[in-house]
Write a protein that binds this ligand. Structure first.
Ligand SMILES: [Zn+2]
Length: 475
């Protein structure tokens, strides 16, 4: 390992206690999306103390912020998240499901680690820039409302990530490796049908049922499902069934739709067909409808040049070194999983990292290896707002082991481990790998040039935000 990277790793290790404390505080706060005031403040104060210039209220969101250090290019950004999930209150570091008394929320996606690990990387890179005297800028982006709110999509809509040379991010996971998969673009909207109320028995001919329209729209979309690309997903939920009186023709009813596809333009195409089905349902039932767009996500475009840099450094830094106590806790937590959950985890590893990776993880409770990159292209069957960042700047993302293999996302088991030393070890590994990768980009600007070339080719059609201008973040 070159001396500069060794120094960077030592810098992170030296401040281990500080980062543990910050991540534990954010874990305790367990604030929901766009309400992460205390968590954001803690991160901002730390950045300011470290010499970063902090700007708050990005994209009109009070808890969105950035901390900038340095001047000139390359400009490298590291993304942090810090929002929790509702209904996941859980005590830390235990294999027993037990709620905390002081909150109903919990860090079931490990974003307390995510926000802090990225901060640790940014601070260590700042020290490198300071010492080396190299030109360059490091920016920490505080990205709120990931779980429900599409925070980064709103930030991207305002152009927050435009012009960055490289973006690095990570996510707590149950294995170590590159997030080389793409994800699905997602467009959401609510369709509200308006009919005429009437006595359903005495004068049904005078009524026009909005509920009929919702039902026919759903039937139409269920038939549509066969005639879209197989990777696409169409989901719906009836959000207003028009009341619970069967003897009244339902005047108003509403249904919420999501159209997902591997690329944003494909999702838009499918969404337009869904709108046509809604129009058809309104015509059939003599009702009218309005469509209210909601959140959305672009697909994630992993940048291969940045991915390669991340992987080289991940191999060098190695997997987190878990100790005996970590293994003991992980084993007890694993005892709470069903056999099917473990099989699902193996299938997910195979999808994301390839066949060899699944075999390599067999029998392991905590991931002590860095998995190879899947030679085949794969798509994660979900959506992330990092996708919108990847449409504005070359983006590379890693995963580090912060929980027992097979721990499902958004579970009490994950909340417990996000507040344990298992999570913190994975967090520091992520900080090192992202920081080392940033050093490579600062030392060799050709990396940024190559990443940009690849990026330009991948987003040739430009960026069309999946959230229209009139939709405001749900603060
Ligand atoms: Zn997450």
């Amino acid at each position: 390992m070159i001396q500069e990277k060794e120094r960077l790793c030592r810098n992170i290790e030296k401040r281990e206690e500080i980062y543990s404390r910050i991540s534990q505080k954010i874990w305790e706060y367990a604030e929901l999306g766009f309400k992460e005031h205390r968590s954001a403040k803690l991160l901002q104060e730390t950045l300011e103390r470290e010499g970063f210039q902090v700007e708050t209220g990005l994209a009109g969101i009070p808890t969105a912020f950035k901390g900038t250090f340095g001047s000139g290019g390359p400009v490298i950004a590291i993304l942090g998240e810090f929002d929790a999930l509702p209904g996941l209150s859980q005590k830390p570091g235990t294999d027993v499901q037990e709620k905390r008394e002081d909150t109903d929320c919990g860090h079931g996606c490990g974003h307390n680690l995510l926000g802090t690990g990225s901060l640790a990387a940014a601070v260590a890179v700042r020290e490198y820039l300071d010492r080396s005297g190299k030109p360059g800028t490091i920016i920490y982006f505080g990205c709120p409302g990931e779980e429900k709110g599409s925070g980064k999509t709103f930030m991207a809509r305002e152009g927050c990530f435009k012009g960055l040379d490289a973006v690095f991010c990570w996510h707590p996971w149950d294995v170590n490796g590159l997030f080389a998969s793409s994800s699905l673009a997602d467009i959401c909207a609510t369709f509200i049908f308006h009919g005429k109320a009437s006595h359903a028995s005495a004068s049904p001919h005078l009524g026009r049922s909005a509920l009929d329209a919702v039902e026919l729209m759903n039937v139409g979309c269920n038939f549509l499902r066969e005639h879209v690309i197989p990777e696409a997903r169409i989901h719906y939920a009836i959000t207003n069934a028009g009341g619970n009186a069967a003897n009244v023709v339902q005047e108003t009813a509403a249904v919420y739709y999501e159209a997902r596809a591997p690329r944003l333009n494909q999702a838009f195409e499918i969404f337009e067909r869904i709108c046509e089905v809604a129009r058809g349902a309104a015509i059939m039932t003599g009702t009218s409808y309005e469509m209210v767009r909601g959140d959305g996500f672009s697909d994630y475009i992993p940048n291969k040049v940045l991915g390669k840099v991340l992987m080289e450094n991940f191999q060098e830094a190695g997997a987190p070194a878990f100790d005996h106590a970590d293994h003991e806790l992980a084993e007890k937590i694993r005892d709470t999983f069903s056999e099917q959950m473990i099989q699902e985890a193996a299938a997910a590893v195979e999808n994301q990292h390839g066949e060899n990776a699944a075999a390599a993880m067999e029998g392991k409770v905590l991931a002590d290896i860095v998995l190879p990159v899947n030679p085949l292209k794969s798509t994660m069957p979900g959506s992330t707002d990092v996708g919108d960042v990847s449409y504005q700047a070359p983006t590379g993302q890693i995963l580090t082991a912060c929980k027992a293999f097979g721990t499902p996302g958004h579970s009490w088991q994950e909340v417990s481990q996000s507040g344990s030393s298992i999570g913190k070890k994975g967090m520091l590994t992520a900080a090192k790998v992202m920081g080392m990768a940033a050093i490579d980009v600062f030392r060799n600007p050709k990396i940024a040039e190559d990443a940009k070339k690849e990026f330009d080719a991948a987003v040739r059609g430009g960026y069309h935000c999946p959230i229209p201008e009139e939709i405001k973040p749900d603060l």
